[in-house]
Design a protein around this ligand. Structure first.
Ligand code: 1BN
Ligand code: ZN
Length: 355
């Protein structure tokens, strides 16, 4: 099924996905593994399992049992991204309230990002967008973490909410909020890895928080993605674009019922790498079950030849009923989805660095 954006920025032709099983990082039950262990013996008055007793069969049983008991430990020992922290950041950011361009909430959102990154290499990219309501002041935020390799990987989101939803208390918990939280938590990890002047092992990582992704009135090429169009044009002029090895956009992927579509405008090798990253964590079921033609902040970069991908879940709520409605609230997003996102984003960076 192809997703197409309709004039108000809501997608048409949405197919309701199959019911999926619960998320989870299940490990085999230890109780099950212990089934079959029989009686016990005593050594110097201490009760020990009978596996220490004579007989090869019992020795083997003990050995296999020990291996089986270690197996779930090694499975759960795989480190995961801190999705709970990303959710907490999203909660703080969304608590600002609606943050449509020209609103007081928008100024507060800008202040939040400015304050959060005050000790990092933060660039503010202020510009004035020509919109259907006239000139509107907007601002992208770029935070850079240096790497040893020449070139950069960009992770991006948008942070504002829709001007045309200004009268319905639209807070965009998933749409703009969740992925801002995700990038803030990824920043924590990158900050730790670059503490004391250290450099990341691979390419530099640049986090970009776009303004003006949403239409002011109704989604068209000219009335949408103001921040990304502005930054892509600026980076084309100043020679930055060729340094970007990959552009990875996150949009609406805090959804509790995570179902990330395959965007047909995205670069094939990046899609393949994200798929490989998801496979490492056995997250295949959350990725690329349906195709979509995504009009989003990656397109200005795609059109300029930058390898780009939009990681987006445009299937939000029953029949997409939470998208661009007052129902897009914190209770619809989860730490678990953000853990999945973070794991896959960080693994994708690792794989890009190995290319
Ligand atoms: C995503 C979230 N978008 C707006 N808010 C852009 C978009 C709309 C992308 C419809 C694809 C289809
Ligand atoms: Zn939106």
């Amino acid at each position: 099924m192809i997703f197409c954006s309709s004039r108000n920025g809501r997608p048409r032709n949405i197919r309701v996905p199959q019911v999926r099983g619960p998320h989870g990082f299940g490990v085999p039950s230890v109780r099950l593994l212990l089934a079959g262990v029989k009686g016990q013996v005593f050594v110097r008055g201490v009760e020990v399992p009978r596996i220490w007793g004579p007989g090869n069969q019992q020795l083997w049983t003990g050995f296999i049992l020990a291996l089986l008991m270690l197996a779930p430990l090694s499975a759960s020992a795989q480190t995961h991204f801190n999705g709970a922290k990303a959710l907490d950041y999203a909660r703080q950011f969304v608590a600002i309230g609606p943050r449509w361009p020209t609103s007081p909430g928008h100024l507060k959102a800008e202040a939040f990002l400015r304050d959060h990154f005050k000790h990092d290499a933060l660039e503010e990219d202020a510009f004035t967008a020509s919109t259907p309501i006239g000139p509107v002041d907007m601002r992208n935020f770029i935070v850079r973490f240096p790497g040893k390799k020449d070139g950069a990987i960009v992770l991006a989101t948008h942070y504002e909410t829709n001007y045309w939803l200004k009268d319905i208390n639209f807070v965009g918990a998933n749409d703009g909020g969740s992925t801002t939280g995700l990038l803030l938590a990824i920043a924590d990890q990158l900050r730790a890895e670059t503490a004391g002047g250290k450099k990341l092992d691979g390419y530099s990582v640049w986090l970009v928080f776009f303004d003006g992704e949403e239409a002011i009135k109704s989604w068209t090429d000219s009335d949408s993605t103001y921040g990304s169009k502005h930054l892509a044009a600026k980076w084309a002029r100043d020679g930055t674009l060729p340094k970007i090895k990959a552009f990875i956009l996150a949009d609406m992927i805090g959804d509790k019922d995570l179902d990330i579509q395959h965007d047909t405008n995205s670069t094939d090798w990046l899609v393949a790498l994200v798929r490989q990253a998801a496979k490492k964590f056995r997250y295949e079921k959350y990725f690329f079950k349906q195709d979509g033609d995504m009009q989003d902040d990656h397109l200005p970069f795609v059109r300029r030849g930058v390898p780009s991908i939009d990681i987006i879940d445009l299937d939000y709520g029953p029949n997409n009923s939470y998208h661009h409605t007052a129902q897009d609230t914190m209770d619809k997003i989860s730490a678990q989805s953000l853990t999945i996102d973070g794991d896959v984003f960080l693994e994708t960076i690792r794989l890009i660095n190995l290319r």
